[in-house]
Design a protein. Structure first.
Length: 188
C-alpha cells in the first residue's frame, strides 16, 4: 500500500471533523458547488482528465446517496493538497455495498468495490449507468497515477498502473478517495 495506516487514520479523522463542521474550503453541499470547484481545478492545472475523474467520484455522492450517517450532512468533502497534485474526496453516505444491494449481492465490501470498479453495474437500475468508476479506474491506471479508494473496509488501490483490490483494517463510513496526479505518464 502506498499510504501508511497512520496517514489514512489521519485523513479519515480530518475528513470527519471538517465535514461535521462543513468547512467552507472543503465542503460541497450541492452538485453545483462541487462542479465549480472541479472546474476551477481544471482551469488552474489544465489537468482535464484528472478533473473528470474527481468529478465522477464526487458526483457519485449526489447520484447514489439518499441517507447519510447520523451527524453528517449530505454532500462531498473535497480538498486539494500539495499544489493540487493530491486530491481527497469523502462522503458519509451509504457506501458502495449498500448502493449496489438492489442489483448485486456482495458478501463483503471488498467484493462490492471490485464489482463497482470493474463491471458495468449501477445501483440506480434500471437506468443504463455504471461505467463511472470503470472510467475512473481505467484513467488512473492508464496515466499511472495513484488512487486509494475505500468504502466500508473494501479498497481499490492503484499505484503506477498496478491495481489491487483488498480489505483494510480501518472502516470508512461512505466512501473515501485519495488521488495523486504526480509521477504519471503523458500518454492519452
Amino acid at each position: 500500500m502506498f499510504f501508511s495506516s497512520e496517514f489514512l487514520k489521519q485523513i479519515i479523522k480530518d475528513t470527519e471533523e471538517k465535514s461535521r463542521l462543513k468547512c467552507k474550503e472543503c465542503w460541497c453541499s450541492t452538485r453545483d458547488v462541487l462542479q465549480a470547484r472541479v472546474d476551477s481545478y481544471a482551469m488552474e492545472t489544465e489537468n482535464y482528465l484528472g478533473a473528470a475523474v474527481i468529478g465522477e467520484i464526487g458526483n457519485n455522492t449526489f447520484d447514489h446517496n439518499w441517507d447519510f450517517a447520523e451527524g453528517y450532512s449530505r454532500g462531498t468533502y473535497l480538498r486539494f493538497e500539495r499544489q493540487r497534485s493530491m486530491v481527497i474526496l469523502a462522503d458519509f453516505g451509504r457506501g458502495i455495498r449498500q448502493s449496489l444491494k438492489a442489483v448485486f449481492y456482495a458478501e463483503n465490501d471488498e467484493k462490492a468495490v471490485n464489482v463497482a470498479f470493474t463491471q458495468r453495474l449501477s445501483g440506480r437500475a434500471p437506468e443504463q449507468r455504471g461505467n463511472g468508476l470503470k472510467f475512473v479506474l481505467e484513467s488512473v491506471a492508464r496515466k499511472k497515477w495513484s488512487m486509494y479508494y475505500q468504502s466500508g473496509n473494501g479498497c481499490c488501490i492503484v499505484d503506477r498502473g498496478n491495481v489491487i483490490f483488498t480489505s483494510s483494517g480501518l472502516n470508512v463510513i461512505g466512501c473515501l478517495a485519495i488521488l495523486t496526479f504526480e509521477g504519471g505518464s503523458d500518454e492519452a
